[in-house]
Design a protein around this ligand. Structure first.
Ligand SMILES: [Zn+2]
Length: 325
């Protein structure tokens, strides 16, 4: 062993950007870099990823750090094979992501499904009491979930489990990008909220967060926001009665709306569940870094160093998110 301090590479591949970091054994970030894809897909997106990996390796070398392994998370990853089965925004289909990155970096590489890995991190470090039955819902441009049932992640027979955004919540409702009608994502994703506001005559360029913030004085914003809360409460009520999660945690960009989202959603969920109490509902403690933290956990586990994760900050079991709004 050299005397160099060990780190892992943690890379979060999103639909529009790549975020990479060097994470040490205490969970601290020792360097980071992000790349905006600007519409690059296919091999061009893969080249951006390889450049990011090379630049993180160079950053480690210049900082006197010793990379042990890399954790790489992306949409559509099959954990068993390390392949991206399908990632529409990246234009990747059946891509051997793990093997490609391992060859490029010269390191062992662990790959994970983006939302499931973020859910894993939130479950481990988010201060949840019951860690065996747990739902993490990521609400951003789209909506997806990581569902933990009796200690095991639900990935399904075709790796399609947890596609919460395409749960039909309104019978024969508005069309979704997936081709179905009445999907949760068609009403409650950040993109859908902005689009529904605009197509009903609202000003262009308003984000979902802007709409949440102005709902009191702008009746159209109020109506669109209420529709989103209603759709989400229907979806979460279904998850609750099916799986009885010990907690439901909301992550992704929309969860940054804090109490503007959580307060009405808690109330709506409680009012739907007449015969049972709702599970605790809270915002992600790790916020937008949940994916990156999860990628680092995968890498330390692969390197046989999972003991160090035990010492990472776990938060308070009663911890209420800062809320923002
Ligand atoms: Zn859909």
């Amino acid at each position: 062993m050299t005397g160099k301090e060990a780190v892992v590479l943690a890379i979060d591949i999103g639909g529009t950007s790549l975020k990479g970091a060097l994470v040490d054994g205490t969970g601290a970030i020792r360097g980071e870099q992000a790349v905006i894809l600007e519409g690059r897909t296919g091999e061009a997106a893969l080249a951006c990823l390889e450049n990011l990996g090379a630049s993180l390796m160079a950053m480690a070398a210049s900082g006197g750090l010793r990379p042990l392994a890399a954790g790489v998370i992306a949409p559509g990853v099959d954990e068993a094979s390390g392949r991206v089965l399908f990632a529409a925004n990246l234009g990747w289909r059946d891509l051997a992501l793990r093997d490609r990155m391992a060859g490029h970096l010269g390191l062992p590489v662990a790959t994970g499904h983006d939302v499931r890995t973020a859910g894993l991190a939130e479950n481990l470090l988010g201060g949840t009491d019951n860690r065996r039955d747990f739902a993490y819902v990521m609400i951003g441009t789209g909506i997806a979930a990581a569902l933990l049932c009796n200690g095991a992640i639900v990935s399904g027979a075709r790796n399609m489990g947890g596609e919460f955004g395409h749960m039909p919540v309104i019978a024969d409702g508005e069309p979704c990008g997936c081709g179905q009608l009445g999907c949760l994502e068609a009403y409650a994703s950040a993109a859908a909220i902005a689009r529904r506001y605009r197509t009903r005559g609202g000003a262009a360029g308003r984000s979902a967060r802007d709409i949440a913030l102005t709902q009191a004085e702008d009746p159209l914003a109020g109506a669109v926001w209420r529709d989103a809360i209603r759709a989400l409460s229907l979806g979460l009520a279904t998850v609750t009665v099916l799986l009885d999660p010990g907690a439901i945690v909301l992550g992704g960009g929309l969860a940054e709306a804090g109490t503007l989202l959580l307060d009405p959603l808690r109330e709506a969920l409680a009012s739907r569940l007449t015969w049972r109490s709702p599970p605790p509902l809270r915002a992600s403690r790790l916020g937008l870094s949940a994916g990156r933290t999860g990628a680092a956990i995968l890498a330390f586990r692969l390197a046989g160093q999972s003991a160090c994760i035990e010492a990472w900050d776990r938060g308070s079991s009663r911890g209420e998110p800062s809320g923002g709004a």
